[in-house]
Design a binder for this molecule. Structure first.
Ligand code: AVJ
Length: 323
């Protein structure tokens, strides 16, 4: 058996193991969506957020800007903010500024990408009365560390924005909310952003933009496997596809093999043969109904204290309070 003893780090071997498992899966092959976000992928995602077809990020930001004061009013005093996946931190400014009007506030961005953490510290580092302490950890590990480090009388507001929850299957999404609830104390809050169902055409266009940025974002996953695992994916032989899955009420991104082709991935010790037309499923973005989120909250140990919906692009900010 071949062994690779020169792997640069634990991250590479984890990545290689996931790639191997996903591509060798019987039936539908898949790759985990979290690997879309290397340096290139994160930059492409930032560009997606500016596309006219992708209204999600603007709706998220508009709601935070318009309602930050009202959201903050409903929170207990002495509250600090932890954010799961800080991204660039731009949208968080409104919440932090509203909170800093009434108290000195700690902000704990939790983010596995060091460059995103740095960007967020740069973006939000100058707000008066706000101190930033970044955690370069997976979401729940980071949240545990933040929760354990707090003073007895302090509450936490957890931000999970941008409908990132949509990447989970519905059942896994609820399990994730339950896990967050376990880490929190009664009275702590979770501000959850959820993209709502809208016309299929609008949703498909948001994930298949005219300029091809989303296609590049999706294809970059194969380019990343080439770069980091020495694979030989020929990107010209794959095409981006966005589908609406009616049963699951989600957009799926796939990469379609345009011909029968073999691929070698040396660092994962894998060879695969893809048929013409076969796809690799790379991401799901579940869409919600506003009432559905209220039920999700109730089943996972929260109550929905408030819901704000954008008028232009159906998207909801949901303020959940740990019961
Ligand atoms: C960052 C996961 C919310 O699902 O809409 C954007 C990622 N993928 N275009 C989403 C994404 C394709 C995005 N999330």
């Amino acid at each position: 058996m071949l062994t690779y003893q020169t792997l640069p780090s634990r991250h590479v071997s984890e990545f290689a193991a996931s790639v191997s498992e996903g591509l060798l899966k019987p039936g539908q092959r898949e790759l985990p969506s979290k690997y879309l976000y290397d340096e290139v992928g994160s930059a492409l995602f930032e560009a997606i957020c500016l596309l006219p077809e992708y209204g999600l990020t603007r709706a998220d930001a508009r709601l935070l800007q318009a309602h930050a004061a009202k959201i903050v009013e409903r929170l207990p005093s002495r509250i600090h903010v932890a954010e799961l996946g800080s991204g660039s931190g731009k949208k968080t400014r409104w919440i932090l500024e509203a909170l800093s009007q009434r108290q000195k506030t700690y902000y704990f961005p939790i983010e596995i990408s060091p460059s995103a953490l740095a960007a967020c510290e740069k973006e939000l580092g100058q707000i008066d009365l706000v101190s930033i302490v970044g955690y370069e950890q997976p979401y729940l590990e980071g949240l545990c560390a933040v929760a354990q480090g707090r003073d007895e009388n302090d509450h936490l507001l957890v931000l999970f924005l941008g409908s990132t929850i949509g990447n989970f299957d519905r059942a896994a999404g609820e399990e994730f909310l339950r896990e967050i609830r376990e880490i929190l104390q009664t009275g702590d809050a979770l501000l959850l952003g959820t993209d709502l169902e809208k016309s299929v055409e609008t949703q498909l266009r948001a994930y298949n933009d005219a300029a091809g940025v989303t296609a590049a974002f999706n294809l970059n996953l194969l380019a990343r496997i080439n770069r980091e695992l020495g694979a030989d994916f020929d990107l010209t032989c794959f095409e981006h596809e966005a589908r609406w899955n009616f049963e699951e009420r989600r957009i799926e991104m796939h990469l379609r093999s345009m011909r029968r082709q073999g691929v070698k991935i040396p660092a994962a010790n894998v060879r695969v043969m893809l048929n013409e037309g076969e796809t690799i499923w790379t991401e799901s973005s579940h869409k919600y109904k506003a009432e559905e989120v209220v039920g999700m909250a109730e089943r996972t140990g929260f109550r929905c204290e408030g819901q704000w919906v954008d008028e232009e692009w159906p998207f909801a900010q949901n303020l959940l309070i740990a019961g």
